[in-house]
Design a protein around this ligand. Sequence first.
Ligand SMILES: Cc1cc2nc3c(=O)[nH]c(=O)nc-3n(C[C@H](O)[C@H](O)[C@H](O)COP(=O)(O)OP(=O)(O)OC[C@H]3O[C@@H](n4cnc5c(N)ncnc54)[C@H](O)[C@@H]3O)c2cc1C
Length: 278
Amino acid sequence: MKEFREARASEMTTMRCGGTIARLYEPDTKEQLAELLGLLDSFIVLGGGSNMIFGDEPLETPVIRLGKGFGGIERQEGVLAVGASVSTAALLGYCLRNALTGLEFLTGIPGTLGGALWMNAGTVDRGVMDTVLAVECLDREGTHTLARKEVPYRYRWGGFPEGMVITGARLDVHPSTPEEVRARVEAFAEKRRSQPRGHSAGSVFRNPPGSPAGYLIDQAGLKGFRIGGAKVSEVHANFIINDGDATSADVKALIQAVKARVKDQFGIELMEEVRIVD
Ligand SMILES: Cc1cc2nc3c(=O)[nH]c(=O)nc-3n(C[C@H](O)[C@H](O)[C@H](O)COP(=O)(O)OP(=O)(O)OC[C@H]3O[C@@H](n4cnc5c(N)ncnc54)[C@H](O)[C@@H]3O)c2cc1C
């Protein structure tokens, strides 16, 4: 198992801000992970860091990031068994090479399968949990295999309890042709071409019932509004962009300012989709 001291959060997150992480562990086997969980009082799991914002102050809570040992993709009797540290890009690449359909909606969503399952990442009408047959997890009590119906997932929420580490999943994919899979991937990629460029954590807020968060922020006149190096994207108001030198404090202050303005103007309490770790 690899262990890093004083790792930089800015190098492990797509928002590219935050201070140091005192201890970062990278287990490569379930045995190593189980042993680690037995030793730690508390911990934070990090996937690809595309939905997380770490504070500027040094983080003392240990962070676990699954290593390459959790990076396998295997076809087992028509089902795809995938390790939690597999990136969504690698997973889609595998599906493209093997002409498997069902996961194309993950096109352009960064991060790992573990993070995607935890967040139930996806599009407005489809999340990755919809494609799950079973999820493999590990906590202090041992390993668990959870069938999809045992997990109370919903929009942008995987439904897994705190303290559980997702180690992999069996996903429901179907044989297709390379041309069809490629065409679907291209169609999803096309929709994303209008997405903001730059360092971000994707959508900052969950969509409240009724109106998309981006629409409310736009209507509140906040496109382009900035605090320090963090600004509300002019392209999509639900994205906060790190212009290059944003601190985590800038991003968090901007999040609070946006929430306050939207609450003031529309009476709607926006809820963060991004996870803020202090
Ligand atoms: C440009 C951009 C576009 C995006 N577009 C979308 C989109 O269209 N749809 C969408 O849903 N999201 C989108 N996102 C957000 C993000 O990519 C997804 O939420 C992604 O699935 C997070 O995966 P990750 O591996 O980066 O997780 P992280 O950000 O590392 O972690 C996210 C959460 O999952 C937990 N976690 C991670 N791995 C594990 C594990 N193995 N076991 C237990 N818990 C774990 C973390 O503790 C954290 O709470 C976008 C982000 C960016 C930067």
